[in-house]
Design a binder for this molecule. Structure first.
Ligand code: NAP
Length: 312
């Protein structure tokens, strides 16, 4: 342990990529005195034990939250309401209940009715991840220099919000607070629609009759392979994201479709100026992302380059 504990007993429900990363980071930073973990399947609980990710591994959600001063649900968005109902009467007075779901409005709607008086509900979304799932996929550094967005309800206790912020800062994240509604709109364009586009284009390529699947794979370095990384993300998680953030995604998709039509028209009309202007603007956005440290400036995302064979 290296830091001062922000919480005494942390209960993690769900030990996939995000739950196991929180466990690793909280332990590395000493952000909680003890960590209790539970997962839906016996296989995951067994693996969490083998990896030594928690002080205690408990079978039921209800038993896991007993005595915890921080409870974090690290499960798909669509499962949060039922689990909140399951733990409701077992939560300790004064505890903070949070989650990590990629959609916040639906989580607030589904969980809030099950939060008893005297327990603080502060939903959260660490904007950090990979395309891998399960307890083996997690790592302690996942949240370093990434944003964690808190979406507390209007009447949330400010001390509880500050305490959860301190926890996420201890894990290396930067913390920002906004309404659940605004979060869902922002993430629709920065995450949800890009995932939908990746899922679409990879599916489209797979369906093509005139270009074979082996050609698609062989020549993927032309741009396609970067979409395939995103399109390899967990199907359950992303199904739930689109079901839960329907309105905001449809709104952003409407705008996206209009803009796609403009570019389609520019290509059809041979309007090079319009294309050049658009691509110049988007290049500046990429440079801005690199400048604020949200990605590497290394070419091709820092992929290692092969060496030329020595001439005979
Ligand atoms: P994951 O690696 O697939 O892990 C999901 C965990 O949830 C597993 O422990 C799984 O249990 C459990 N689970 C699944 N369905 C459940 C259900 N119906 N009831 C109870 N537990 C259930 O997923 P993840 O990537 O950690 O994602 C977890 C949450 O984090 C999601 O809400 C997602 O929106 C959010 N998030 C993900 C990312 C990302 O990039 N992946 C980033 C930020 C936030 P078993 O292992 O026993 O099946």
């Amino acid at each position: 342990m290296s830091g001062t504990a922000v919480f005494n007993r942390l209960a993690l429900i769900g030990m996939g990529l995000i739950g196991s990363s929180i466990a690793r980071a909280a332990r590395a930073q000493g952000a909680a005195n003890s960590i209790v973990a539970t997962a839906r399947s016996a296989a995951t609980r067994r693996r969490v034990a083998e990896l030594g990710l928690a002080d205690q591994i408990i079978e039921s959600n209800a038993a896991a939250v007993e005595g915890a001063d921080l409870v974090i649900l690290c499960i798909p968005v669509g499962a949060c309401g039922a689990v909140a109902a399951d733990i409701s009467s077992h939560l300790a007075p004064g505890a903070i209940v949070s989650d990590v779901g990629s959609v916040k409005g639906a989580v607030l709607r589904d969980m809030l009715p099950h939060i008893p008086n005297g327990v603080h509900f502060v939903p959260a979304h660490p904007v950090a991840g990979t395309e891998h799932s399960g307890p083996d996929a997690g790592f302690a550094e996942l949240f370093v220099n990434r944003w964690c967005i808190l979406t507390p309800p209007d009447d949330a206790d400010s001390a509880a919000v500050e305490r959860l912020s301190a926890f996420w800062r201890a894990l290396g994240a930067n913390v920002e607070t906004m309404s659940a509604e605004h979060h869902d709109l922002v993430l629709a364009i920065t995450s949800h629609v890009p995932h939908l586009i990746a899922y679409t284009i990879v599916g489209t390529a797979d369906d093509l009759g005139t270009v074979t699947r082996s050609e698609v794979m062989k020549f993927s370095a032309g741009g396609f392979r970067d979409f395939t990384r995103i399109a390899a993300s967990d199907p359950t998680m992303w199904r739930d994201v689109f079901l839960a953030n329907k309105e905001a995604v449809l709104e952003m998709l409407g705008t996206f479709t209009e803009d796609l039509s403009k570019l389609t028209r520019a290509i059809r009309r041979g309007d090079g100026e319009a294309l050049f202007e658009h691509f110049t603007r988007t290049r500046a956005i990429r440079r801005g992302i690199v400048e604020i440290g949200q990605d590497s400036a290394a070419p091709d995302f820092g992929r290692p380059h092969a060496h030329l064979a020595k001439p005979e």
